[in-house]
Design a protein around this ligand. Structure first.
Ligand code: GLU
Length: 429
């Protein structure tokens, strides 16, 4: 088995390619990121000492348009992971029919160990380092794990200083006050929610009888929990890095969200409270949450949480992947054998990049939309592309994951075909 994250990600593409009529040369092209930038970012700590952080930005493919994808801050960020994440962005853009290629970036850092000012210096320093590699028509970053609106605002401001032009369209997921879009912050969760609604309809589920566990209670986890709760679904468990909570008759999600955010103030960039600090709840571990006897499991945190070690113990009938890459290749096989339906990350969490696209369109046109307009456009696009993946899964008799990759490949193949061989294979870009 391939041992780096990018090669493992490509294995799924190769599997899907067996089912799709795609020229081998196009497939070969997708095996290599278009360009990779590796940088070091010196940051002056508050105590006067100097620390150097390593960061990356990867353009996987620009077949369908400029690169698009988030920037993450996490101690385990490395180049192979960023390449895999950039590749998934290529697939997401294709599946959602967006005019974007795939890109991703990150810095190896534990951001919770930095003060607010240190974090701002790091964020501005990173953007200065990658400023020539990004741009509104080249590559448009966005938030990802442990980066958020505030950080996007600093980055937009720094980029604007570098190019001496106010450039809100260089980055998405910005604060509303700096050209962000209404509906962007909840978009990843909302997109996943539409997928689940479609599936519930397909399986003829009664929301009130449908139990759900959510692993990861950050932005995406909270937003889907809230929507599902409002819709009458029974969210019985949620967890964050501090642990999980469980109630078999359903959690009061608005209260849980309120509790989680209670300690949050404008001075803080990260939420310091855990759901486990709430009173009157049954506390469980993250591992216990993953194997609860529920209808739907939603991994909404990091990658590789469903592995060959716990896949046999997963009791959910459906897994909705709000995180990127939460299921390993080995776990995939075991889940497929047990007929667990997996709505793959490249479809389930694509609501985020979709509303990022809407933000970019608004920035470029100067015409700003209402929240309803954003939500309606997202809903229409999400339901349409979910149906396209489901139809293909039925037609080819394959899993949702394989169908999603097939759909992405078809769209990428059509663009490669339309461009002709000159641009793609003879080195002209
Ligand atoms: N980081 C998010 C993702 O993985 C959003 C990317 C974007 O909005 O460009 O899809």
């Amino acid at each position: 088995m391939a041992n780096n994250a990018f090669e493992r990600a490509l294995a799924r593409l190769d599997k899907a390619a067996e089912r799709v009529d795609i020229p081998p040369e196009t497939l070969k092209r997708l095996h290599f990121p278009k360009a990779v930038l590796s940088v070091s970012i010196p940051v002056r700590r508050d105590d006067g000492s100097l620390e150097i952080f390593e960061g990356y930005r990867v353009h996987h493919s620009d077949l369908l348009g400029p690169g698009k994808g988030g920037l993450r801050y996490h101690p385990e960020v490395d180049l192979d992971e960023v390449k895999a994440l950039a590749f998934w962005m290529t697939c997401k853009g294709a599946i959602m029919d967006l005019p974007y290629g795939g890109a991703k970036g990150g810095v190896a850092v534990d951001p919770k160990q930095l003060s607010m000012l240190e974090l701002e210096r790091l964020s501005r320093g990173f953007i200065r380092r990658i400023a020539d590699f990004i741009g509104p028509e080249v590559d448009i970053p966005a938030p990802d794990v442990y980066t958020n609106e505030r950080i996007m605002g600093w980055m937009m401001d720094e980029y604007s200083d570098v190019v001496r032009r106010r450039s809100p369209d260089v980055i998405t997921g910005k604060p509303l006050a700096l050209g962000g879009s209404l509906g962007r912050s909840g978009a990843t969760g909302r997109g996943g929610y539409f997928c689940l609604q479609e599936l519930a309809q397909e399986f003829d589920w009664d929301p009130e009888q449908t139990t759900i566990a959510i692993h990861g209670f950050g932005n995406a986890g909270q937003s889907i929990a809230h929507l599902l709760h409002e819709d009458g679904f029974k969210v019985v468990a949620v967890s964050d890095s501090g642990g999980g909570i469980y109630n078999d008759s359903g959690l009061d999600i608005p209260e849980v969200i309120k509790g989680k955010r209670a300690g949050n103030s404008v001075e803080q960039v990260y939420c310091k409270d855990s759901v486990c600090d709430l009173e009157d709840v049954e506390v469980i571990s993250n591992d216990e949450l993953l194997t609860l006897d529920v209808d739907v499991l939603i991994p909404a945190a990091l990658d590789d949480v469903i592995t060959e070690d716990n896949a046999e113990d997963i009791r959910a009938r459906v897994i909705l992947e709000l995180a990127n890459g939460p299921t390993t290749l080995e776990a995939d096989k075991l889940l497929e054998e047990r007929e667990v339906t997996v709505i793959p990350d490249i479809l389930a969490n694509a609501g985020g990049v979709t509303v990022s696209y809407y933000e970019w369109v608004q920035n470029r046109s100067g015409d700003y939309w209402t929240e309803d307009e954003v939500d309606q456009r997202l809903e229409k696009r999400m339901r349409k592309q979910f149906a396209a993946v489901m139809d293909l899964a039925k037609e080819l008799d394959v899993s949702f994951r394989e169908a999603a990759y097939c759909l992405a490949l078809k769209r990428l193949g059509a663009a490669a075909e339309a461009l002709g061989t000159q641009a793609l294979f003879n080195g002209k870009d």
